[in-house]
Each structure stands twice: as structure tokens, then as C-alpha cells.
Design a protein around this ligand. Structure first.
Ligand SMILES: Nc1nc2c(ncn2[C@@H]2O[C@H](COP(=O)(O)OP(=O)(O)OP(=O)(O)O)[C@@H](O)[C@H]2O)c(=O)[nH]1
Ligand SMILES: [Mg+2]
Ligand SMILES: [Zn+2]
Length: 324
């Protein structure tokens, strides 16, 4: 279908707003008074995500649908690594990532680790939620949660079916701009509905055959919390990787690993095979969990593969230099 040509922005009285839902070229903007207005994006090159601050206006007086003309600069974005090795924004202008795992579907802790690494690289706070607690926690799940807590992340055990409910989660959300992320079917939309009943987000049972979620939520939508702050529900994933930085910076996504890296003999140690690596020593004597180290190695391999497949000009050569 041929796209209608929108008038030049100079003809239009522009207003500030925030994009609160994105359905491709069709979006919902919240204006300065909190009114939600259906809009479409101007031109094909403009691409916006939930949370974006925008400038929009009506092309003609009497129009019911507005047009978004400009995006304002983004702060703290949740992005993912695309198949072409590029960074794709998912949600913009956040303060906090809420990573939801659950008793079912079986938790993929590597996915949780990668969200946490992404949060570190984007300067976002992070909370780890374990939902469907009334079904019980395996010893492995308990160990993982306590280990995230020991790293400094806030954790919350929740259930939308029974006590302890979602009180601990609610406290972590006040005055934050948070996004719920994680595997499909962990109960992100159910938690949103428990916290904000007016949200009326669609939820759906996980598949009995595969014990995986059915990817029920298809678009990110922002909702206001009564406690102050906002909560964004987002589509669940099967897998996730953040955009990968230079190899030597991968360790900064793993706060427990980074705590040991200062003791490595080489300043730009990659913690794989270098002599005098304090990180590997910590894994060997049990001070650093082997599963987290494996997670780090997976992300390092992915980064290496991406840098080889999609080379970019990088400053300096990665080399090992002894500490001064
Ligand atoms: N037993 C139990 N089931 C829950 C709980 N919370 C949610 N569920 C169920 O889990 C299923 C999936 O919930 P959703 O809220 O749709 O999950 P989601 O994470 O939003 O899924 P996607 O939108 O696909 O990412 C539904 O059948 C919910 O009723 C809980 O605390 N306990
Ligand atoms: Mg959902
Ligand atoms: Zn090292």
C-alpha cells in the first residue's frame, strides 16, 4: 500500500509526548496531559520504540490520528543483538529491568544472565523475579536466586495465585520506569495485571505439549503504577542476547566475575587461557560459580563470532599486556 505523504513539520504545531505502545507504524502517544492519542510514524525511516520521547502533531485540524515527526535523544535503552550483529532498541528511557523466571516453563538461567549483562552495559538497575512460587522452588532455583542476591541484585519471589503475592516486587517498582522481560509464559502479563488491574493484559496458559509459553504478548505497552513510576510489559522470548561490546568489556556484564578480574596478571585478560588469571583461579577453588563462568564464556564466544562475521573498525588491537 502506498504510504500517504505527510505534510512538512513546519506546517504542524508540534507537541511533546511519550510513545506508550508501538504496533509497527501505528503507535499510541501519551500527550502532556496524559491523554492517549493514536498516531502513525512520519516517513519510513523514523523508527520508534515504547518509552520514546517524541514530537508529534495533527496534520490537519479535525484529524483524530496524529503524526510523530521527531524522536528525542534516548537515555538508557534495552536493546537486543540482531542476526546482523547490530543493536536493535526494544524499549527506551528506562531505569530498571525486571527479569522474570518461573517454576514453569523450566528457567533458562543463561537468558537471565544475558539480560543482567545487558542491564550492566546499559546502566540499568535490575531485579530478578521468580514467579509461580506456590509451585515450589527447586534447590537449583533457590541457589541461583541467592547467588543473584549476593551479587547485589534485588530479588522477589512472587505468585499471582497465592501468598506471598507480589508485595516485594511492588516495593522495587515504586518511582522506577521498569520493563518486564524474560522467557514467554513466566507470568509477566499476569504480574502486570496483579499490580495494575486496569491494564487487562491478555494472558494464556503455557503449551501442555512443549511446556513453553505461547508468545501471548506481542507488543510492549507502558502502564502507570499507583505507587509512582511506570511498568512496561514486553513480549516474552525464547532466547535473548544484548548487543555485545568489545571482548575485553564482556566481563563487566558479570559483576561476580568482575570482582575477581582485578587480580589477573594481564590488564586486558579475557579470562580464558591467559596465565595468572584470577577469574579462572576463583572458578577452580569455588569462589566463583562455574555456571556463571560458563555463561560468560558463551557470551564471549558469541561476541567473537559476531565480530568475525560483521567486522567493524575498532580502536587499537586486542592484546595482552602485563599490569604495570
Ligand atoms: N501457577 C501459577 N501460574 C501462573 C502464575 N502467574 C501466571 N501464571 C500462569 O502462567 C501462564 C502464562 O502467563 P502470562 O502472564 O501470559 O505469561 P507471560 O510471561 O506474559 O507470557 P508471554 O506474553 O508469552 O511472554 C498463564 O496461564 C497464567 O495464568 C502464578 O503465580 N502461578
Ligand atoms: Mg505476556
Ligand atoms: Zn583473567
Amino acid at each position: 500500500m502506498k504510504e500517504l505523504k505527510a505534510p512538512a513539520p513546519t506546517d504542524v504545531i508540534l507537541q511533546s509526548g511519550r510513545l506508550v505502545a508501538n504496533y509497527g507504524r501505528q503507535v499510541i502517544i501519551e500527550d502532556a496531559c496524559g491523554v492517549r492519542v493514536p498516531c502513525r510514524l512520519h516517513g519510513r525511516r523514523l523508527s520508534a520504540v515504547c518509552g520514546d520521547q517524541v514530537q508529534w502533531g495533527y496534520a490537519q485540524s479535525g484529524d483524530r490520528t496524529g503524526i510523530v515527526y521527531h524522536l528525542l535523544p534516548r537515555q538508557r535503552v534495552l536493546s537486543r543483538l540482531s542476526g546482523l550483529g547490530t543493536s536493535e532498541a526494544i524499549v527506551a528511557n528506562l531505569s530498571q529491568l525486571v527479569v522474570v523466571a518461573a517454576a514453569v516453563p523450566a528457567p533458562d538461567w543463561f537468558v537471565v544472565d544475558r539480560y543482567l549483562a545487558g542491564a550492566e552495559w546499559s546502566g540499568l538497575k535490575a531485579v530478578v523475579v521468580f514467579n509461580k512460587c506456590e509451585l515450589g522452588l527447586t534447590p537449583m532455583a533457590e541457589t541461583e536466586l541467592l547467588s543473584y542476591q549476593a551479587m547485589g541484585y534485588r530479588i522477589a519471589r512472587t505468585s499471582t495465585r497465592s501468598e506471598p503475592g507480589h508485595g516485594a516486587l511492588s516495593a522495587t517498582l515504586a518511582d522506577q520506569i521498569s520493563v518486564l522481560v524474560g522467557q514467554s509464559g513466566t507470568g509477566k502479563s499476569s504480574l502486570l495485571n496483579a499490580l495494575i488491574p486496569e491494564a487487562m493484559a491478555i494472558t494464556q496458559e503455557i503449551s501442555a505439549a512443549t511446556e513453553e509459553g505461547r508468545h501471548t504478548t506481542t507488543h510492549a505497552i507502558l502502564h502507570h503504577l499507583k505507587t509512582g513510576g511506570e511498568l512496561i510489559d514486553s513480549p516474552g522470548v525464547r532466547d535473548y542476547s544484548p548487543p555485545v561490546p568489545e571482548l575485553r568489556h564482556i566481563a563487566s556484564g558479570f559483576v561476580d566475575l568482575l570482582a575477581h578480574a582485578a587480580g589477573c596478571k594481564f590488564q586486558d585478560c579475557l579470562h580464558t587461557h591467559e596465565p595468572g588469571c584470577a577469574v579462572r583461579a576463583a572458578v577452580d577453588d569455588g569462589r566463583l560459580r562455574a555456571r556463571r563462568y560458563d555463561s560468560f564464556r558463551h557470551l564471549l564466544s558469541l561476541a567473537r563470532e559476531m565480530h568475525e562475521r560483521f567486522p567493524v573498525r575498532r580502536k587499537g588491537k586486542e592484546s595482552s599486556r602485563p599490569r604495570e
